[in-house]
Write a protein that binds this ligand. Structure first.
Ligand SMILES: [Ca+2]
Ligand SMILES: [Ca+2]
Ligand SMILES: [Ca+2]
Length: 99
């Protein structure tokens, strides 16, 4: 079942007491790897955002700077695929519970 914004939640144990969120839409993204490449730029969207949601051609990708370094660290930071999340209305900051 697809993620339902406003109904479903993702809980994330993030190492920033006041995490921030940014979302972008691009039909050029088809995979999580492409979403990461897009997000690290330049410009590197993680500089000011702990959560970067990239709405791709078919699915969306919530990229999490979980270790709060201001950039993407492969093997530590992680991504959550939002099935059907192909536009900015499919996900929002309120869908995340930061703990
Ligand atoms: Ca990081
Ligand atoms: Ca941060
Ligand atoms: Ca949104």
């Amino acid at each position: 079942m697809d993620f339902q914004t406003g109904v479903d939640k993702v809980q994330i144990d993030i190492q920033d007491a006041n995490p921030t969120y940014l979302e972008r839409e691009t039909a050029a993204v088809n995979t999580v790897e492409q979403a990461i490449t897009f997000a690290i730029g330049p410009p590197n969207l993680f500089v000011n955002s702990d959560y970067v949601f990239v709405a791709g051609a078919a699915n969306g990708y919530l990229l999490v700077d979980v270790n709060n370094t201001g950039t993407w660290n492969a093997g530590t930071d992680f991504a959550i695929t939002i099935q059907g999340g192909n536009n900015l209305a499919t996900f929002g900051f309120d869908d995340i519970i930061s703990v």
